[in-house]
Design a protein. Structure first.
Ligand code: BMA
Length: 338
């Protein structure tokens, strides 16, 4: 069995056994979707959001699109990671000197614990264009926004949960100012979360379900078989984009080298809350709770830019699936420097 490395036990995380006779690798939570529409005075739809264990429960940074159709980050807490208390107002950021430092918009957050700090990555407005916003907190009361990691245009910033070869490592997906009809996954390194360099290509879009663009999802999970990276892939159909998600295994020491990459999707829009909504046919994972001793996973994914779903699976089964359906593309297994 594949072993999770540097993980923690989360015995209180959401979990349901796989339904009898069900053949797919991931199965959906029977209580999906987990947020009602209009869950707050401002929030209309909560999706593409990040959760993490904290204290004796869970906290989350949620993408809440407001009733004027603007995108905001809201803090929330929960005892069971299913029923959430979402704050009415969006997160108020300060800079490192304590002065207000509010982005004009924020969406698709990820949450990563490194040492005793929680880092938040999101797609932020930078002079009106999207790039990777970075922030941190220790207590989920004071949220300190750091300088933007990159120039526009970029999205899907995802940190690894520890330094690799002495540097922080951040995945990202360079993009354009709109609905980006392209997109590959890159990584960048930093000694201090300020200066980013040593950029490398991790993997490119290509193949069927991931033909148009790809972007990293939850924080990669360290295993004895490599970093397990769950990522979304998009295909362009006659009826628009379809967002599914799959998995790849990356080399532990050089994560720009892809060891295996799933030729099939793990999950694609099938349920009404995934196929019908503000943007149809979207399954967009941003977080995963992983119980290290058992390898149980609860993957949080936005659906149809309208709702939030949870899908269950195990690290071992996802690794098996990734190897069995493996379809590496040209350059995937290389360092990605040229
Ligand atoms: C992407 C991102 C996601 C969104 C998806 C589908 O470009 O903006 O936030 O879920 O489009 O609309």
């Amino acid at each position: 069995m594949a072993k999770v490395i540097n993980g923690i036990a989360i015995p209180n995380m959401p979990w349901e056994e796989k339904p009898a006779g069900y053949k797919e690798t991931l199965w959906r939570f029977s209580g999906n979707p987990i947020f009602e529409l209009n869950p707050g005075p401002k929030a209309a739809r909560v999706f593409n959001s990040a959760v993490i264990p904290y204290g004796d429960g869970f906290v989350g940074v949620f993408r809440a699109d407001h009733k004027d159709i603007t995108m905001h980050l809201h803090f929330g807490k929960s005892k069971d990671a299913i029923n959430w208390e979402l704050e009415d107002e969006d997160i108020k950021w300060v800079d490192e000197s304590g002065k207000p430092f509010q982005p004009a918009y924020g969406y698709d957050p990820r949450l990563c614990k490194i040492g005793d700090e929680y880092f938040i990555m999101w797609c932020t407005s930078f002079a009106g264009s999207p790039t990777i916003g970075l922030g941190k907190t220790k207590d989920f009361k004071t949220f300190t926004r750091l300088e933007n990691a990159f120039l526009p245009h970029n999205r899907n910033g995802v940190l690894f949960p520890r330094k690799i070869n002495g540097n922080y490592v951040l995945l990202s997906r360079p993009s354009d100012n709109g609905h980006t009809p392209f997109g590959d996954i890159y990584l960048s390194e930093s000694p201090d979360m300020t200066y980013w360099g040593k950029h490398k290509n991790v993997m490119k879009a290509g193949g069927s379900w991931q033909a148009l663009k790809i972007g990293a999802g939850p924080i990669p999970i360290e295993t004895d078989e490599g970093w397990l990276m769950i990522y979304h892939g998009v295909v362009l159909t006659c009826n628009g984009y379809v967002y599914s998600f799959g998995a790849a295994l990356l080399d532990l020491e050089n994560p720009s080298k892809v060891l295996y990459r799933s030729g099939n999707y793990l999950l694609t829009p099938e349920e009404p809350y995934e196929t019908v909504g503000f943007v149809q046919n979207v399954c967009f994972p941003c977080a995963a709770l992983c119980d290290a001793p058992t390898g149980r996973l609860a993957i949080y994914y936005g659906t149809a830019d309208t709702y939030t779903g949870i899908a269950f699976g195990t690290v071992d089964d996802i690794i098996k699936f990734t190897k069995e359906t493996n379809q590496l593309l040209h350059g995937d297994s290389e360092l990605g420097r040229d």
